[in-house]
Design a protein around this ligand. Structure first.
Ligand code: F6P
Length: 466
């Protein structure tokens, strides 16, 4: 029966052994897929992260920690036009509701299609007839169609890790019908939340004229039927807890506590990306200090922000803006022995992050738009149940739908409002122990049980059975 075979995962980035460990910079997807492949066996195919002068046919095979990876190099021009270009200067901003930052260049769209064809060419010979094939994220939307064109009959799944935009935003993308039409080649399409799923179904029905059954998520178009569902991704709970027991985690916790002395630590950990709402977050902290100047002596904010996609101009601009805003507040509020904001431009291991999260009494996760946001879940997972910290979470993160718990879990904020953020910080700082414990209890079950293993099992089960 189809689906009894291995799992073949295809994504733009593969956590090749030399890149493993840099968890802070790598983000959630890499850790999630590693865990899935260890569980089921199979292959992980993608870009090696290396650039060559001309496109190369070589496939690099590696087997480490029970996971086989197969990677191809891309040429410098492909990286520029497919990765920096169409994926990260067109689709990423548009799907994060930033049409003002989206660039529409015919050329980058063509190279995006060409790289998807190269992926199909490279991975097809590695796929056995019984394998489940699971493609990830916005870099590879047309890949399913390319694989079908090569005669692949396997069950094909696709998961979108980022939001799906409202229909009228998506229609600003030239050739949007073609992109979505190619997506309908997959047998199963997964989204992080019901909100993104319903925007997708709305587009299929109203723009493509597909037949949509919202209840079952079945979309029928031009004689093909695909199923679209929401599968909220979770963290690798066991791995993260194990990391929390290491010396590295304990040292990181002590180091942070020693450096903040009697002050309360508040932490943010994000890739340096405009979707994460970092300048807006600093404005919220600025507003808090304006309203409570005396508390600049009680509170220290640590923002860990590893640089990301540095060749893309909008990322250079957000970095400059963030540096300027942190500098302004520190200039205005510092004393010889007090600096209210620490801004760190590097990534840390999962063990160190666990220690930092445990030491911080407030976690600030305030993206302007985010598919899920696993940092929010990791912050909760790292807390001491007897004396937990408070999570302040953007209403626009996919994770909000799971962690708000009808107002009894995370403190939800509008990240566009400095007043709302300032007020949430004040509430968190003064929150009594019993309320912190109750809010932690309202969130911890979903963080622990709706984990990455459950997510993978659920998606693969559905993919194999439909
Ligand atoms: O959010 C989408 C995503 O693919 C994450 O899963 C991942 O952590 C991040 O983007 C990585 O971005 P990049 O591969 O461009 O560094």
């Amino acid at each position: 029966m189809a689906g009894d075979g291995r799992l073949v995962v295809i994504s733009n980035r593969v956590a090749v052994p030399k890149a493993r460990g840099a968890a802070g910079a790598q983000g959630g997807l890499a850790g999630a897929l590693n865990a899935a492949l260890k569980d089921r066996g199979g292959i992980w195919f993608g870009w090696s992260g290396e650039e060559t002068e001309i496109p190369s046919e070589t496939i690099h095979l590696d087997r480490t920690d029970g996971v086989t990876t197969a990677t191809i190099d891309l040429s410098a021009q492909e990286v520029e036009e497919y990765y920096n270009g169409y994926a990260n200067s067109t689709l990423w901003p548009l799907f994060h509701y930033r049409i003002d930052l989206a660039e529409f260049e015919k050329r980058t769209g063509q190279v995006y299609e060409r790289v998807n064809e190269r992926f199909a060419e490279g991975v097809s010979p590695l796929i056995d007839a019984e394998d489940l094939v699971w493609v990830h994220d916005y870099h590879l939307i047309p890949l399913g169609e390319r694989l079908r064109a090569r005669g692949l009959k396997n069950r094909l799944g696709f998961f979108l890790h980022i939001p799906w935009p409202p229909t009228r935003l998506l229609t600003s993308l030239p050739f949007h019908e073609r992109l979505v039409n190619s997506m309908l080649t997959y047998d199963l399409i997964g989204f992080q939340t019901e909100e993104w799923l319903s925007s997708f179904l709305h587009y299929c029905e109203n723009e493509l004229g597909a037949e949509v059954d919202a209840q079952s998520g079945r979309v029928t178009f031009e004689g093909r039927t695909t199923t679209a569902r929401a599968y909220p991704i979770g963290i690798d709970w066991d791995h993260f807890q194990a990391q929390g027991q290491t010396d590295d985690a304990r040292r990181a916790q002590k180091r942070l506590l020693a450096s903040t002395r009697h002050r309360t630590a508040m932490i943010g950990v994000d890739r340096l990306d405009y979707s994460k709402g970092l300048p807006e977050r600093i404005d919220g902290i600025g507003r808090f200090f304006d309203e409570h100047p005396e508390r600049a002596r009680d509170l220290v904010f640590i923002q860990i922000a590893p640089p990301s996609r540095e060749d893309v101009e909008s990322y250079q601009q957000i970095r400059a803006l963030l540096e300027q805003k942190c500098g302004q507040i520190n200039g205005a509020r510092s004393e010889v022995d007090i600096v209210p904001i620490r801004y760190v431009n590097r990534g840390y291991s999962h063990a160190e992050l666990f220690g930092f999260f445990r030491a911080a009494k407030i976690g600030l996760v305030t993206p302007l738009r985010d598919g899920m946001n696993l940092v929010a879940k990791e912050y909760v997972a790292a807390q001491d149940p007897q004396d937990p910290g408070v999570l302040i979470l953007s209403d626009f993160a996919g994770a909000a739908r799971q962690l708000e718990a009808d107002g009894t879990g995370a403190l939800l904020v509008n990240p566009h409002s400095p007043d709302a953020m300032a007020s949430a910080i004040a509430t968190a700082l003064d929150m009594p122990l019993e309320e912190r414990q109750a809010r932690y209890q309202a969130m911890i079950g979903t963080v622990r049980d709706d984990n990455v293993q459950a997510w993978t099992a659920e998606f693969c089960k559905q993919l194999a059975s439909d």
